[in-house]
Every structure is written in structure tokens, then in C-alpha cells.
Design a protein around this ligand. Structure first.
Ligand SMILES: NC(=O)c1ccc[n+]([C@@H]2O[C@H](COP(=O)([O-])OP(=O)(O)OC[C@H]3O[C@@H](n4cnc5c(N)ncnc54)[C@H](OP(=O)(O)O)[C@@H]3O)[C@@H](O)[C@H]2O)c1
Length: 226
């Protein structure tokens, strides 16, 4: 995503915990296009402060993509808590800071993109905590869109709901994953959705059908497969 945004004229600050990976990304894209900052989203105050610092350093921003997430299938409590801290609490910490910045310091305009999942539409027997945290992200973003209506702000909020994308997260899964999209395809589609400031998008589009089906099927059937 960073590479595609850089190719399309954006100046980006990329964040994550693995500084060496960020450095190689920066070398590949060029220091004029990509800045980097080491951030652990589970450090709530630290990551909020860092986001504000990035905004100051870049003299303002107009897009925040909150992508950080872990896909944990273990139901050990420490793993579940880490998933909640990353996918839900960490997400909210940054979404809150970004929305506040756009509303109060950027003239009520901007764009927040959050990566939730089709998994957020139904409880998962394989990973109850993952589906719950992704539902949290989707509902949080829906709330922000409603807030826009109430406050007459122009802050786009895009809820990206991938099915399966070929990344290190899915490469470790042992179960069958239908309609796997390449990461290149996913990124191209997300980039198009960002440009069109879409509210909700499925990666790939056919997952919207699955979402309709999930809403129709009874729990006793869903519980056997999800
Ligand atoms: N792949 C799929 O099929 C799929 C489907 C639906 C939704 N998603 C969602 O898509 C997003 C990206 O996942 P992915 O598939 O690309 O998985 P991934 O390859 O495991 O990447 C996860 C990303 O999150 C970052 N991250 C994780 N914990 C972090 C933390 N505490 N602080 C800051 N950054 C952190 C990682 O960077 P560092 O390790 O360097 O921190 C990495 O860039 C996730 O939110 C995931 O839930 C993926």
C-alpha cells in the first residue's frame, strides 16, 4: 500500500514495529516520498503522541490508514488479550486521534481508512476474538460516519473488509481459505476505494455476496463452517 500510494504522488509516513522493514521500504521508495516511524499500536499513549508528532512533522495530513492487526487463532487468554489490544484498543486510540485532528485542526475534512474483515460480520468458532475485534472496527467506523452526518463534517471513513489475502497472516493458517486474493490485487482495489472515498468495501468484491449469505443463514449452519 505504501508503494502504491508513493507511486501515485502521496508523501507517506509508514509505521510499524519492525524498523528494519520500514528502512528497506524507505530505501525502495525514496526518502523524499516515504518517511518512517517505529510504532507499536498497543502502546496507546505512545502511538497517539507519535501520530500527532507525524502530523506536525508533515505539516498536516489528509489520510490515515490504520492497517495494523494480528490474526490469532489460539484461544489462550494472553493471545486473545494481545489481539484485543492491537486490533480493537490500538485501532480506537489512533482513529480517535485522527478524527479529532481532522475535525478540530483540519477544517473538518480528511480521510480515515480502517482494515476490518469479512470475519467481523459473524462470530468465528476458529477465533472468537478475531471476529469480535473486526466487528469492533466496523462498528466504530460506522459511528464515525454517523458523527459526520451529525456534525456536518467531511471526513471520509472507509471500512475495508477483506476476505482472504495472501500475506504472512494467512500463510500460517492450516484451514481452507477460498477466493484468496494476491496482496497486489488487494492493494490496487483498496487504493481505488480510497480514491473514491467509499464507505464500505469488500476485498475482493465477491465477498459482499458472502456477507449477504451470512445474514441469511441460521447459526446452526454457520457454526459448522465459520
Ligand atoms: N490477510 C488477510 O486475509 C486479511 C483478511 C482480513 C483482514 N486482514 C487485516 O489486514 C490487516 C493487515 O494484515 P496482513 O494480512 O497484511 O497481515 P500481516 O502480514 O501479519 O501484517 C500485519 C501488519 O500489522 C502490523 N502490526 C501488527 N501488530 C502491530 C503493532 N502492535 N503495532 C504496529 N503495527 C503492528 C505489522 O507490522 P509490524 O510487525 O512491523 O509491527 C504488519 O505490517 C490486519 O488488520 C488484518 O487483520 C487481513
Amino acid at each position: 500500500m505504501v508503494k502504491v500510494l508513493a507511486q501515485n504522488g502521496y508523501t507517506i509516513t509508514a509505521t510499524g514495529r519492525r524498523t528494519e522493514l520500514l528502512q528497506s521500504l524507505q530505501t525502495e521508495c525514496g526518502t523524499d516520498k516515504v518517511r518512517i516511524a517505529t510504532m507499536d499500536i498497543t502502546d496507546l499513549d505512545g502511538s497517539r503522541d507519535l501520530l500527532l508528532q507525524i502530523i506536525r512533522d508533515m505539516q498536516g495530513i489528509d489520510l490515515v490508514v490504520i492497517n495494523a492487526g494480528v490474526g490469532e487463532t489460539s484461544t489462550r487468554w494472553e493471545k486473545e488479550l494481545h489481539t484485543i489490544n492491537t486490533n480493537a484498543t490500538g485501532f480506537a486510540a489512533l482513529a480517535n486521534a485522527a478524527y479529532y485532528y481532522f475535525e478540530t485542526q483540519n477544517g473538518g475534512k480528511g480521510h480515515i481508512v480502517g482494515i476490518s474483515s469479512v470475519a467481523g460480520e459473524v462470530g468465528s468458532g476458529k477465533s472468537p476474538v478475531y471476529s469480535a475485534t473486526k466487528a469492533f472496527i466496523s462498528r466504530y467506523m460506522q459511528g464515525l460516519r454517523f458523527r459526520n452526518i451529525q456534525r456536518k463534517t467531511n471526513i471520509a471513513v472507509t471500512d475495508v473488509r477483506p476476505g482472504f489475502v495472501d500475506t504472512p497472516m494467512t500463510q500460517k493458517n492450516k484451514f481452507y481459505m477460498p477466493w484468496m486474493a494476491s496482496s497486489d490485487r488487494a492493494v490496487q482495489q483498496i487504493y481505488s476505494d480510497i480514491k473514491h472515498r467509499r464507505s464500505i468495501t469488500y476485498i475482493t468484491r465477491r465477498w459482499r455476496l458472502v456477507s449477504w449469505l451470512i445474514a441469511l443463514l441460521p447459526d446452526r449452519l454457520l457454526g459448522k463452517v465459520i
